[in-house]
Ligand binder design. Structure first.
Ligand SMILES: NC(=O)c1ccc[n+]([C@@H]2O[C@H](COP(=O)([O-])OP(=O)(O)OC[C@H]3O[C@@H](n4cnc5c(N)ncnc54)[C@H](O)[C@@H]3O)[C@@H](O)[C@H]2O)c1
Ligand SMILES: O=C(O)C(=O)C[C@@H](O)[C@H](O)[C@H](O)COP(=O)(O)O
Ligand SMILES: [Zn+2]
Length: 377
């Protein structure tokens, strides 16, 4: 990916075909440019979709910026948390956009974390059969992962993200100063997806994370650097395999476990948020790989140690109220989008930075592994 090495903002371009390429702008204070950037896209009206927490912190500023640039604005605010990525949340956002008479030429601005990006993006994908949208991610997780690549959607009682569409944003505005107000818990959760990039195919980045993670959390220069590295990695995968026919599935490292856990905890953010589920999933994917004789046990230990050092959970037993038993977890995995002809696909690893797609994994192997995990102290 091409990257402009200016101090502010860092720019990662996502060169998709059909004139759908877009920029990811990364830097402190970028939310103040929302209006100018939206006007440059030729929009005359913008609907800000956000949650109550983010609205209290950033909606007035974003709205003032849009109005100063001459755009008509409206605001749609949903409750915070994963539960809003639901049929009811989707209806609320669509009805709010329709009531504000948002047209195809207008913009939806997803101002918030991954819940808002996925929900507002899915509403934008389907409203009037497709309205343009801008991602303004305000969590670490959204800045390094969910705002990029066009996966949008909501959850179902049957499983995570099962209703959705690919709909790419026209622009991503990642204001890294907005992370200064994020809770420690949500910073940690987002960090699980940061570490994921190293674990997938970049051992040097994982080692850099081990040395520099504190700077990401404290808002040092490491933060913008990490966001740019992750966005560059994700942009590369998305451009090569936008619709997940192959390589993109690697971004799902840890997620077969994670999504089952999220379903079994009823998408209750008080118990488990996506990044925490991913942290457990990453540790499980490496221990499962070790159990299958694919990966040295020390590598799995190094992964879990680092995640634990930053305060992330690495075991099923860490899920408040319990994770569900092994049978329930395997049953939930049956709805994973990577299932082919009824067989489970996992992303496994030969080591840190050496992950691969493993189709046709025997459910009995998974069940035995999970039983052993749950039996382990
Ligand atoms: N589309 C994708 O490619 C993709 C990738 C990864 C994750 N996801 C999805 O993203 C979702 C998780 O996103 P998330 O972790 O950002 O959760 P989230 O959107 O629920 O945000 C976490 C919490 O932080 C609050 N918050 C957000 N920004 C804040 C700020 N700057 N200051 C203070 N509080 C703030 C929110 O109100 C919320 O309570 C999951 O649904 C997951 O499935 C999607
Ligand atoms: O962008 C992708 O592709 C990913 O898999 C990124 C994941 O971190 C993210 O959680 C995504 O929403 C999972 O997608 P899904 O297709 O498994 O629902
Ligand atoms: Zn994820």
């Amino acid at each position: 990916m091409s990257e402009t090495k200016t101090a502010h903002p860092l720019t990662v371009h996502v060169p998709l075909n059909g004139g759908r390429g877009y920029d990811i702008l990364i830097g402190r204070g970028l939310l103040g440019q929302t209006g100018a950037r939206a006007a440059a896209l030729g929009a005359r009206a913008a609907a800000i979709v956000t949650d109550e927490n983010v609205a209290a912190l950033y909606a007035d500023g974003a709205r003032a910026s849009l109005e100063a640039a001459g755009l008509r604005t409206c605001l749609v605010v949903v409750p915070p948390g994963e539960a809003s990525k639901s049929y009811a949340g989707y209806a609320q956002v669509c009805d709010g956009l329709l009531a504000a008479r948002i047209e195809r030429g207008d913009l939806v601005v997803a101002l918030g974390g991954g819940v808002i990006g996925d929900l507002a993006g899915f509403a934008a994908a389907t409203l009037r059969r497709g309205v343009r949208f801008v991602q303004a991610p305000t969590t670490l997780l959204a800045q390094v992962d969910s705002s990029v690549g066009g996966k949008t959607g909501i959850n179902s009682g049957h499983g995570k993200n099962l209703i959705g569409a690919f709909h790419q944003p026209r622009l991503v505005l990642a204001d890294t100063a907005s992370l200064d107000t994020l809770s420690e818990r949500e910073m940690r959760a987002g960090y699980a997806e940061v570490a994921k990039y190293g674990l997938i195919n970049d051992a040097a980045f994982f080692a850099w994370c081990e040395a520099n993670w504190a700077g990401i959390f404290s808002g040092g220069p490491e933060r913008d650097e990490a966001v740019a590295i992750c966005c560059r990695a994700k942009a590369g995968v998305v451009v090569r395999d936008e619709f997940e026919h192959g390589e993109r599935a690697l971004l799902n490292l840890g997620h077969t476990f994670a999504h089952a856990l999220e379903r079994l905890t009823n998408y209750d953010s008080a118990r488990l948020v996506h990044g925490e589920a991913v942290a457990i999933g990453l540790a499980l994917a490496f221990r499962f790989s070790a159990r299958l004789g694919l990966c040295p046990g020390q590598e799995a230990g190094r992964v879990a140690n680092h995640l634990a050092l930053v305060g992330l959970p690495t075991r099923l037993q860490a899920v408040p109220g319990g994770s569900g038993d092994a049978d329930a977890l395997v049953e939930a995995m049956g709805q994973d989008k990577k299932v082919r002809d009824g067989a489970l696909t996992f992303i496994l690893a030969r080591g840190i930075g050496a992950s691969f797609i493993a189709p046709g994994i025997d459910r009995a192997e998974v069940l035995a592994f999970l039983k052993a995990e749950l039996g382990a102290g």
